[in-house]
Design a protein around this ligand. Structure first.
Ligand code: GAL
Length: 504
């Protein structure tokens, strides 16, 4: 017994020793013991990117006004802190080969934009392509990686989204793509500035196998579009594995289902990116947007707002602002949900689509989250059995039923405390009270004051929804789920959800 305790003490002491990061002769930053190649991205990135709603229509005031609104509406303090400028920002290269910003769109230069965003306590992201041109046909970074990384660092850039267009045929095997993307990874490291590296190669050449060692996130599908489930010939693959043509115009359900096979590869330090959010762009109804947001959060995808923040409706702000759902995304377990089952149903919608599925994920604190998706065309009763929910815990060759089947679970509805339209409108018009993490709000949270990790440890009320029932030992959770909706529940061992008041 004594020996065991001693061994435990030594292990703990070893773990708490901080070993300094160092740079290899090749310019790789090595952080011993860290779960990220460059120390960034232990949980998924959150922020805003202009592409889904503005395309090439970018300029300084759009970025600065958006950043200000994000701070004013409480989005920054919910963790949305990267403001990312996508394609079409450049003018070309100067005679020394350095990229120059378009002087009409960015009259004060890019460093000014970065400085203003930093002054708001936020971070600045930019875009280029691992090709000779970007997808919008502006100069790309292939062959200019170090120059471009240096210029980004000199402007104060904190994040690089790196696309795949015009790659001169340098793709087709994982090794070719790895090498091409690795040049920029190393160039960014050499700048000495911490820069989140967001690979955007659409799942080409299986980045789920190799991107983790050189990037903080990697796209796993062709581009999203603002549709719940409408099939589109331009997005021909249903699976991420073996997809020869990722395409674009991929629906929410198409991208989600592509994650099912590769979910185990998403992890702290290297996240599978399901693409930017469409909430607010008008192509889906409220239930569909709730499903989109819930599942992107559950799968540990980046949460990048993809709409015009300046015209956000209260209902859409309330979706982006649900702390109990964001807390799934920012959970230190940093994993992907598992699709336990998926069935086709008879009640098809106008696109001939109709499916239901159950997704589950274990969280750091031992809770389990379940998502029951009704992709059918009418409200239905849906069941999640404890056996399905805890399927993975029962394996490991023991032939023993999962210990979890013996427990009673309190079930918390994670959408129960969504901001009302009135509360969200007050945030937009600036009349809502400011919130600190110490306040006892059920609807709002300030992650700048207290990280999600800490709030989860402290059972902060806003992160856990509302208790709506129990799952008996080996029982079944049953819920009525409307058309194109998701029931999102957090299961906690009965009695474990008591809030530790004195710690808050
Ligand atoms: C695509 C990329 C989009 C957007 C666009 C810009 O390849 O997937 O997210 O960045 O290029 O042209």
């Amino acid at each position: 017994m004594m020996l065991k305790r001693l061994r435990c003490l030594i292990v703990n002491a070893a773990l708490s020793v901080q070993i300094a990061a160092y740079m290899t002769p090749e310019g790789n930053v090595v952080i011993p013991g860290a779960s990220s190649y460059n120390g960034l991205g232990l949980v998924p990135q959150m922020g805003w990117d202009n592409w889904n709603s503005f395309g090439c229509n970018v300029n300084e005031s759009l970025l600065l006004q958006t950043a200000k609104a994000m701070a004013d509406y409480g989005l920054r303090d919910l963790g949305y802190n990267y403001v990312v400028l996508d394609d079409c920002w450049s003018q070309g290269r100067n005679s020394s080969g350095y990229l120059v910003e378009n002087p009409i769109k960015f009259p004060n230069g890019m460093k000014h934009v970065a400085d203003q965003i930093h002054a708001l306590g936020m971070k600045f992201g930019m875009y280029s392509s691992a090709g000779i041109l970007t997808c919008g046909r502006y100069p790309g970074s292939l062959g200019y990686e170090q120059k471009d990384a240096d210029v980004f660092a000199s402007w104060g850039v904190d994040y690089l989204k790196y696309d795949n267009c015009f790659n001169m045929g340098q793709s087709g095997t994982p090794k070719i793509s790895f090498d091409r993307y690795n040049v920029m990874s190393q160039a960014l490291n050499k700048t000495g500035r911490p820069i989140w590296y967001s690979m955007c190669n659409w799942g080409d050449d299986n980045p789920f196998d190799w991107a983790y060692s050189i990037a903080n996130s990697y796209r796993m599908s062709g581009d999203i579009y603002d549709s719940f489930n409408r099939p589109d010939s331009r997005c021909p693959c249903d699976e991420a594995i073996g997809c020869q043509w990722p395409g674009f115009h991929c629906s929410v359900m198409n991208i989600l289902n592509k994650m099912a096979a590769i979910q185990a590869r998403t992890m702290s330090g290297g996240f599978a990116d399901m693409d930017m959010l469409e909430v607010g762009n008008g192509g889906q109804d409220d239930n569909e947007y709730v499903t989109h947001f819930s599942l992107w959060a559950l799968m540990s995808s980046p949460l990048l707002i993809g709409t015009n923040v300046l015209t956000l409706t209260p209902a859409n702000l309330a979706i982006y602002s649900n702390p109990a759902v964001i807390a799934l995304n920012q959970d230190p377990s940093a994993g992907g949900g598992i699709r336990k089952w998926r069935y086709s149903v008879e009640d098809k919608d106008e696109f001939g689509q109709g499916e239901i599925s159950l997704w589950t994920r274990q969280m750091q604190n031992g809770d389990t989250v379940i998502a029951l998706i009704n992709g059918g065309n009418s409200t239905r009763t849906m069941n999640a059995t404890a056996k399905d929910i805890f399927l993975d815990q029962a394996t490991a060759g023991t032939f023993m039923p999962a210990a979890e089947l013996k427990e009673t679970w309190d079930v918390y509805d994670l959408w129960a405390n969504r901001l009302s339209t009135t509360e969200a409108a007050a945030l937009i018009n600036g009349t809502a009270p400011t919130i600190t993490s110490a306040s006892n709000s059920t609807t709002r949270y300030n992650a700048t004051a207290m990280s999600f990790e800490k709030g989860l440890q402290n059972n902060a009320t806003a992160l856990f929804g509302t208790r709506v029932g129990t799952l008996a030992p080996s029982g079944t959770w049953t819920a009525q789920i409307p058309r194109h909706s998701t029931g999102l529940y957090r299961l906690r061992k009965a009695g474990s959800g008591l809030r530790k008041r004195d710690e808050l």
